[in-house]
Design a protein around this ligand. Structure first.
Ligand code: F6R
Length: 367
């Protein structure tokens, strides 16, 4: 059942190209110029009436929601807040009938996420669920349901479900942008064209798994490390850090690259590994200057960069891992893949049970 892979997690990492294709299938028009989301029952008029979006989820799904915030805000220009479901209800969120609440849940059974969904409905908001499980509680109770076509996810550490959630958010952002007229047909087509190339680009990252294994084995010798990034790269850094903690039990923190100097820089000492995600050209100079700050304190920096920037970034870091170039907006669907593999191989190097990490369950049905 593991189809020749040593672990479900590895199998699921390798299933991502298929998961991307399946999640896009039937949702991108044949001419590649628009998105159809038949599962969304909102009329164009109802979409135009949305004043704000709340994205609510837990763990890895929350991290997908952070990327989703950027996608929706930048494409559709609707203000978005992303919240951890276990915090959302207790901050007296301002949920009004013109709020679209998006809940994200692989299993569709997470208690906190379900409770947030119910609270949103009680306040009269429309609820859209992004879930991987047809017939799950979340899918039954939401008004609209986008199913991520990742296929069953067995490993406790979520990989293909997360990346499929990203694909769902990109499609949703484009769909909203098209309806609202915030992006031109050319811009929408450009992103969709880039999205169609993602599966092959993921394959090309997977082909370099051995390089990442080597990197991970070195990292597994350390007890602390940092992930840094700006914008969506920070969102991916947070996911990379969670994945590493979850299965390798190595302590790590994800930091917004520019925020380090406000305290955390004190923890940087000789030899500490820092993984810097640097894919956004507009932010890259700034992140490089943050890298110089940690390098000056002896950190060993791995840069995850996109093709075209690798030569320049190589001058400031110790190691570079290059991912293929794509549209800036959707790079997270690529940049997270090396981080998943690093976690996997670090866990393996430490002799852990990769698929069933200690203290954790696949589906969390308690609050
Ligand atoms: C981490 C992980 C968890 C889940 C979280 C939410 O790898 O899998 O953080 O993402 O428990 O689960 P779902 O998406 O089923 O609501």
């Amino acid at each position: 059942e593991k189809a020749g892979f040593d672990h479900f997690m590895l199998k699921e990492i390798y299933e991502q190209p298929k998961a991307y294709r399946n999640t896009m299938m039937g949702r991108v028009a044949a001419d590649g110029r628009s998105v159809h989301l038949k599962e969304i029952g909102m009329t164009p008029e109802q979409i135009r009436a949305i004043r704000k979006v709340h994205i609510v989820a837990c763990g890895t799904a929350y991290h997908a929601g952070l990327v989703g915030k950027t996608a929706i805000e930048s494409l559709a220009r609707i203000p978005v807040e992303t919240d951890v479901a276990s915090e959302y209800r207790y901050r007296s969120p301002i949920i009004t009938p013109d709020t679209l609440v998006i809940v994200v849940s692989q299993s569709g059974e997470t208690a906190d996420t379900l409770a947030a969904l119910r609270e949103a409905k009680r306040c009269g908001a429309r609820v859209l669920a992004i879930t991987n499980v047809v017939g799950s509680s979340v899918s039954r109770e939401a008004d609209d349901v986008m199913i991520t076509q990742a296929g069953p996810e067995i490993a406790v550490a979520s990989t293909k479900a997360y990346t499929s959630q990203l694909i769902a958010f990109y499609l949703l952002g484009l769909y909203l942008a098209d309806t609202l007229g915030t992006r031109s047909r050319e811009e929408i087509t450009e992103v969709l064209t880039a999205m169609q190339q993602l599966p092959e680009q993921v394959e090309s990252i997977l082909e370099q798994a051995n390089v990442l294994k080597q990197i991970a084995e070195n990292m597994a010798k350390h007890n602390n490390l940092f992930f840094i990034g700006r914008g969506v790269d920070f969102a991916v850094a947070q996911e990379g850090s969670l994945k590493l903690k979850e299965i390798s039990y190595i302590h790590s923190e994800a930091y917004a690259a520019g925020e380090l100097k406000h305290g955390t820089l004190a923890l940087i000492e000789e030899g500490i590994p820092v993984i810097a995600v640097i894919t956004q050209e507009a932010l890259y100079e700034k992140t490089l200057s943050n890298i110089k700050e940690v390098k000056a304190r002896g950190a060993h920096v791995l840069g995850i960069v996109n093709a075209g920037m690798e030569v320049e970034v190589a001058k400031s870091v110790d190691e570079v891992f290059t991912i293929p170039k794509t549209s800036a907006l959707i790079t997270s669907a690529l940049s997270v893949v090396p981080l998943q593999l690093i976690s996997y191989y670090a866990s393996l190097a430490r002799g852990n049970d990769v698929d069933k990490p200690r203290n954790l369950a696949k589906s969390v049905t308690v609050e």
